[in-house]
Design a protein around this ligand. Structure first.
Ligand SMILES: Cc1ncc(COP(=O)(O)O)c(C=O)c1O
Length: 402
């Protein structure tokens, strides 16, 4: 079946931060473009594509029954998640009791840390770091310790296991956030890498919050290895968080969930998440998940990955061929790409601020890498119809990397 990944949808006035949130006072959002340029939404991690038709259909069918009283998630909800993890991630031991609703993956990260840490404690995370972790962890009274990822001789971002262990010991760390696949570095970690990371954590009594929100968005022939699957220790000491929101462009509906096998951890996290009384799923969000985690949703997600792979490849090849001094690795997952422009900026006498501003001025609303603990970098979302991605690179050719 051919789904539509080419139509350019006008999102203005339709509840879209990516297009209507430009130029806010906090400096978090990109500035509005200069006269004569429209903005290409490439900062917020959502997509320019309509969600899967099966998602809309499922919500519409629910809307046809016009009573929206209190409810509890149905058996179908748990079965859909279990089926999705079995078919797409190879997980065969997932039961309904292992699954718990979380009001956003970041909400789940915070609840997990509230269980694992005392206020003021240190939490290990790799850098570059997703800005949401930085805010969520800091706002809740914990302190992030970065272990930098390093590029190997083939230009692949790798964990530095010695560095992780040294920082864990030095800072008395007992909780880590593990982003898999990694935003913003685009790694779909290989099994041996996850195993070695878990060995480090196991040796040092570090519980792990695995953010696997990107685990369906795999590029080319890359696969996702669920963190909990790599060892018996990981199975029982990792709190994993998932959502259909990245995969199906449903962030505005909110609807994430944890997978926690160990009953002690699970009870504690469920209790902690429930204390606010905010942690209840919207019924439409549940029906959206049912439409998403279906056979048709799976076909849509497969086609989406093909489209994203093409856009990511195009960007990589374009940067390599034309922007000498800009370093970029080949993304294996996600749809956000990290361009390290330090060498280019130094060679051209362009400051970090000026570089970021040049893109924004011409409507390439990339995200400033400094938000991701990655100075001189920009993060570019390529989950747009290909014509818009090509347009963005045309503007970069003509106005930015000149
Ligand atoms: C790694 C990662 N985790 C969590 C989120 C946000 O998830 P949620 O909106 O469910 O809190 C994002 C959004 O970009 C993300 O990239």
């Amino acid at each position: 079946m051919g789904f539509d990944f080419t139509s350019i949808i006008d999102r203005h006035g339709h509840d879209s931060l990516a297009v209507d949130g430009l130029g806010d006072a906090t400096g978090f959002a990109p500035a509005k473009p200069q006269e004569g340029f429209d903005s290409l939404p490439m900062w917020v991690a959502d997509m320019g594509f309509a969600t899967a038709p099966s998602v809309v259909r499922a919500m519409r069918e629910r809307l046809d029954h016009p009573v929206f009283g209190y409810y509890t998630p149905s058996n179908r909800y748990y079965e859909a998640i279990i089926g999705w993890h079995r078919e797409r991630k190879g997980v065969t031991d997932l039961l309904p009791e292992h699954i718990g609703y979380q009001n956003g993956v970041l909400g789940g990260v915070v609840s997990a840390l509230n269980v694992l840490c005392s206020k003021g404690e240190n939490v290990l995370v790799h850098s570059p770091t997703y800005v949401g972790f930085t805010h969520a962890v800091g706002n809740n009274g914990y302190h992030l310790v970065h272990s930098p990822l390093v590029l190997d001789e083939r230009g692949v971002w790798r964990m530095d296991f010695e560095d992780m262990e040294a920082r864990i010991r030095e800072h008395h760390i007992h909780a880590a956030i593990f982003c898999s696949p990694h935003n913003p570095c685009g790694r779909a970690w290989e099994r041996w890498e996850i195993e070695r990371a878990m060995d480090v954590f196991e040796r040092n009594d570090v519980y792990v919050v695995a953010d696997e929100i990107w685990s369906d968005l795999l590029l080319d022939d890359h696969i996702h290895i669920p963190t909990q699957s790599v060892s018996p220790w990981a199975h029982d000491h990792v709190i994993s968080l998932y959502a259909p929101s990245k995969t199906f462009n449903l962030a505005g509906l909110v609807g994430s969930y944890h997978v926690v096998y160990d009953p002690w951890l699970r009870d504690r996290i469920s209790r902690e998440s429930g204390l606010s009384h905010y942690n209840a799923q919207n019924v439409l969000s549940m029906h959206a998940l049912l439409g998403a985690y279906s056979a048709e949703g799976a076909a849509w997600a497969d086609e989406l990955c093909t489209v994203l792979s093409k856009n990511a490849r195009y960007a990589f090849e374009h940067v390599r061929a034309r922007y000498s001094g800009v370093q970029m690795t080949r993304a294996e997952a996600t749809y956000v790409l990290l361009l390290d422009c330090e060498q280019w900026c130094r060679e051209h006498g362009v400051s970090n601020d000026e570089l970021v501003r040049r893109g924004w001025d011409v409507g390439v609303t990339w995200h400033d890498g400094r938000l991701f603990a990655c100075p001189w970098c920009v993060r570019l979302n390529v989950a747009l119809p290909h014509a818009q991605v090509a347009e963005a690179f045309d503007r970069l050719d003509r106005y930015v990397f000149v």
